[in-house]
Design a protein around this ligand. Structure first.
Ligand code: LLP
Length: 438
C-alpha cells in the first residue's frame, strides 16, 4: 500500500505530496506518515488473522500496540477499521479513549501498573487487564469490588523462550522483569489465585516473546507452552480459559537484509501451529489474539530532515567517511544509539548523479553517539539545504522521542491522496518552558 515514489525531477513524493512542499509548510525534521500504508497494514493484519483462524476458533483479534506510535488520529483510524488497542499506561489509555476506541476493545498491560491506572481502566470498562504478577491479582480484584464490577483478566506468562533479537527487547526468558514464570509454577498459581476471586474473570494466558523477530520458531514454542498450560489449567482447575494472546514482535525490514513474512503467511503459520497443538492437547481451541505494533506502524513513516554541516574524515587504511549532520537526531530517533538499529537514508529533495560516498548521518545533539544512520552511501554533492529521508521510522521513534538539549519534538504529518494533515503538531520551546514553574 506504500505510496512513495519520485517526481520527474527526482524529488520524493508520498501520498501524492512532494516532500519539498511538506518541508516548506511544516518544517523539518518531521515524521511523514503515509496514511494508506498504515491503514493498509493494519487491515491486512486484521483480515489475515480473522481469515486464518476463522475455522479454528471463529477468527483472531488484532490489538495494535499503542507504544509503537500513538496519537488520537491514529486511534480513530484503528477504531474505524475494526482493530483493537493494546495500551500500557494511563496516558495510552486516555489517548485510546480520546480517539473513541471502545474501552471493550482495549487491553491494559504493564509490569507495574499504578492503582490509578488500574482504576481508570476498570472504570472505563476495558476489555481485559493483563496481570503481570501475583500481587496484582488482589489489587485488581479489590478495585473491581470497590467499583462494583467484574474485571476480565489474562495472565502474562514468561514462557522461557530465547527470542533471537536484541537483548533489550527480548521478553520471554526467565531472567527479566515481565510476567509469571511457567517453569516455576507461578503462572498456574496465579490462575488459582484469580479463580478464587469472584470479582475476576479469567480469560486466558498471554505471552509476548520480544520484538523485531523474524523466525516463527519462538512463537511456536510460546504457543505450545501456552496451550499446554491452558489444557492443564482447564483440566485441573476447571477454568474455562476461552482465549490466548500470543503478543506482538513481528519484524520489519529496516534494510534489505531482512525479509519479513507477509501478514497472511504469518497468520497461516500461527494458525497451523495453534491447530496442531490444540489437537495434541486434545482441547478446544481458545480464541487467539495478537498484538503487532512495529509491523503496522514502522514502514508507514519516514523522517524528513534538512542537511546542515558536513565533515570528511580519513579512516585507517585511507578510506573516507563523510559525516552528514541533520537538524534532528537522537531526540527523534534513539533506536540507533540504543539498540544499534539499522536505518537507511536517501536524498529526498532532488535527484543526484554524483558519485556515492560512504556517509554517516548524525544529529545535532551534544554527543558523538548521536547517530541516525551508521553507514549509507550518499551522493558526494549532498550539502546544506538538501532534504534527507530516513524510512521506517514509524515505530518507536516519535513514541520514544525526547527533549534532549531542549529540542522540541517534531510533528507527525499524515499524507493521503495529495493532502497533508498534521496529526501531532510540532512542539515549541514555549511548550517546554511552560513546564518550568519554579
Ligand atoms: N505486546 C506487548 C505486550 C509488548 O510489550 C509489545 C512491545 C508489543 C505487543 C508490540 O511489539 P512489536 O510488534 O511492536 O514488536 N522500543 C523497542 C521495542 C520495545 C517493544 C516493547 N513491547 C524498539 O524500538 O525496538
Amino acid at each position: 500500500a506504500a505510496t512513495v515514489g519520485r517526481h520527474r525531477d527526482g524529488a520524493l513524493r508520498v501520498g501524492g505530496v512532494d516532500v519539498r512542499e511538506l518541508a516548506a509548510a511544516h518544517g523539518t525534521p518531521a515524521y511523514v506518515l503515509d496514511e494508506a500504508d498504515f491503514r493498509g497494514r493494519a487491515t491486512a493484519f486484521r483480515d489475515a488473522f480473522s481469515g486464518a483462524f476463522a475455522d479454528l476458533c471463529g477468527g483472531a483479534d488484532v490489538y495494535y500496540a499503542a507504544k509503537t506510535f500513538l496519537c488520537t488520529g491514529v486511534v480513530r483510524w484503528l477504531a474505524e477499521d475494526g482493530l483493537n488497542l493494546d495500551v500500557a499506561s494511563g496516558g495510552e489509555l486516555a489517548t485510546g479513549l480520546r480517539g473513541a476506541m471502545p474501552a471493550a476493545r482495549m487491553v491494559l498491560h504493564g509490569n507495574n501498573k499504578s492503582r490509578a491506572e488500574l482504576r481508570a481502566a476498570l472504570a472505563a470498562g476495558v476489555g481485559r487487564i493483563v496481570l503481570d504478577n501475583l500481587a496484582e491479582v488482589d489489587v485488581v480484584a479489590d478495585l473491581a469490588r470497590e467499583l462494583g464490577t467484574t474485571a476480565p483478566v489474562m495472565i502474562r506468562v514468561t514462557v522461557g523462550v530465547e527470542a533471537h533479537t536484541h537483548s533489550y527487547i527480548a521478553t520471554a526468558h526467565e531472567d527479566q522483569k515481565f510476567g509469571l514464570s511457567l517453569a516455576s509454577g507461578r503462572a498456574e498459581a496465579a490462575a488459582a489465585a484469580v479463580l478464587a476471586r469472584p470479582e475476576l474473570r479469567l480469560l486466558g494466558f498471554h505471552s509476548h516473546i520480544g520484538s523485531q523477530i523474524f523466525d516463527t520458531a519462538g512463537f511456536e514454542v510460546a504457543a505450545r507452552r501456552l496451550l499446554g498450560l491452558t489444557a492443564r489449567v482447564r483440566r485441573e482447575q476447571g477454568a474455562e480459559l476461552p482465549e490466548i494472546d500470543l503478543g506482538g514482535g513481528f519484524g520489519i525490514a529496516y534494510t534489505s537484509e531482512h525479509d519479513p513474512l507477509a501478514p497472511a503467511d504469518l497468520a497461516g503459520h500461527l494458525a497451523a501451529i495453534v491447530e496442531r497443538e490444540c489437537r495434541a492437547e486434545g482441547i478446544e481451541c481458545p480464541r487467539v489474539s495478537v498484538e503487532p505494533g512495529r509491523a503496522i506502524a514502522g514502514p508507514s513513516t519516514f523522517t524528513l530532515y534538512e542537511v546542515g554541516a558536513t565533515k570528511d574524515v580519513e579512516l585507517d587504511g585511507g578510506a573516507r567517511r563523510r559525516y552528514v549532520s541533520v537538524d534532528g537526531g537522537m531526540s527523534d530517533n534513539i533506536r540507533t544509539a540504543l539498540y544499534d538499529a539499522d536505518y537507511s537514508a536517501t536524498i529526498a529533495s532532488r535527484r543526484s548523479a554524483a558519485e556515492p560516498v560512504l556517509s554517516r548521518v548524525v544529529g545535532k545533539h551534544c554527543e558523538s553517539g548521536d547517530v541516525v544512520v551508521r553507514d549509507e552511501f550518499l551522493p558526494s554533492d549532498l550539502g546544506a539545504g538538501d532534504l534527507l529521508a530516513v524510512p521506517g521510522t514509524g515505530a518507536y521513534c516519535r513514541s520514544m522521542a525526547s527533549n534532549y538539549n531542549h529540542v522540541p519534538r517534531p510533528p507527525v504529518v499524515a499524507v493521503r491522496d495529495g493532502v497533508a494533515r498534521v496529526l501531532v503538531r510540532r512542539e515549541t520551546v514555549e511548550d517546554l518552558l511552560a513546564l518550568d514553574v519554579g
